[in-house]
Design a protein. Structure first.
Length: 332
């Protein structure tokens, strides 16, 4: 039933995408803010309580609801799976950012592309050259695909196999949302945030994302250039501050042969986004790679299409594996 739940959810999401201004998003923001405001008194134990209320409580609620529904009707349980996955899994929750930036670049409107990128990721993109805009779009899109699709997919299947239905999907998405919310509040709004709460949210999401990130990277290697993906993964994953992100992006870099991390082109004294390194003047591609980027071609518009193809082939791969597991379970 897991296979059909994911399939129907993906189809529904393609036909009727969920708006980024939907009431569910506002509800999650309000829920997270309410938990922090009412249960965070500054102590370490309060950080754990807030995270538990924010993340564990919704997952447990969905698990209980699924168990009760499944006892009454398998069809209703399937509908619950599809409904929850529709809200937690899908490309259309972020793909409009990618599409708008791609269209702006194709039209030669680089200033507009910078504005859209800055709005998407809350970064200063005002002085980024074209190759750097492309690099950022590729990296953010790959990470978004993982967090909105592959990570949700893994935890849904994992907990669904124990009879908990879509609880895994809720667990992963709430953990990701909590880590992003507290970091955003501290970094962008300037509002005071309990450092322990922010650190705990990031750490726990890192743990939950450890296995899914490596499975996503493996999927990219299988459907892309396997040898280059594995080699780049092995050599360059450490370029990123966050190991899970480094694993995904380095494997994708090798899979499609694009240079990621650091600077996509030599740039004197420019800070490397996402790595914490700085590029020194370099006259050759090798110098740039040594200073913090993977090997491969400088990002071009064609690589955007390659990224889309890589992600969709990975989806097909994991759906086929899930279908085989479901078939084996039925036969067994």
């Amino acid at each position: 039933m897991s296979f059909f739940a994911v399939l129907f959810a993906l189809l529904a999401e393609q036909l009727k995408p969920l708006s980024n201004l939907n009431p569910i998003h506002h509800g999650l923001t309000g829920w997270t803010r309410w938990a922090g405001r009412n249960f965070d008194a500054g102590a370490d134990v309060h950080a754990r309580v807030v995270w538990g209320i924010t993340v564990i409580a919704p997952a447990l609620l969905v698990a209980v609801l699924y168990v009760l529904t499944n006892r009454y009707s398998t069809v209703l349980a399937l509908l619950l799976d599809v409904a929850v996955l529709y809200l937690t899994l899908g490309f259309r929750q972020f793909s409009h950012h990618y599409t708008d930036i791609r269209d702006a670049l194709e039209q030669g409107r680089e200033d507009r592309a910078r504005e859209l990128l800055a709005h998407w990721q809350n970064v200063d993109a005002s002085e980024l050259p074209r190759t750097e805009i492309l690099r950022h779009v590729i990296e953010y899109s790959l990470l978004a695909a993982h967090r909105h699709v592959f990570g949700v997919f893994f935890w849904f299947v994992a907990l669904s196999s124990f009879g908990l239905g879509p609880a895994g999907a809720v667990l992963y998405r709430m953990a990701e949302f909590a880590s992003r919310y507290w970091s955003y509040k501290s970094r962008v709004t300037g509002a005071p945030t309990h450092d322990r709460l922010m650190g705990l949210s990031l750490w726990l999401f890192h743990l939950l994302d450890h296995v899914p990130a490596r499975l996503t990277a493996f999927g990219f290697a299988v459907v892309g250039n396997f040898e280059d993906a594995v080699e780049t993964w092995r050599r360059h994953a450490v370029l990123w501050n966050h190991p899970n992100e480094g694993t995904i992006l380095s494997a994708a870099s090798g899979a499609i042969g694009v240079r990621l991390g650091g600077q996509a082109a030599p740039s004197a004294g420019a800070t490397l986004a996402g790595t914490g390194h700085t590029v020194i003047d370099g006259d050759t591609a090798d110098a740039t790679e040594a200073e913090g980027s993977t090997t491969g071609a400088v990002p071009q518009m064609a690589h955007l299409r390659s990224v889309v193809g890589l992600v969709w082939r990975s989806v097909v791969l994991w759906m086929l594996l899930l279908a085989l597991l479901s078939l084996a379970n039925l036969i067994g």
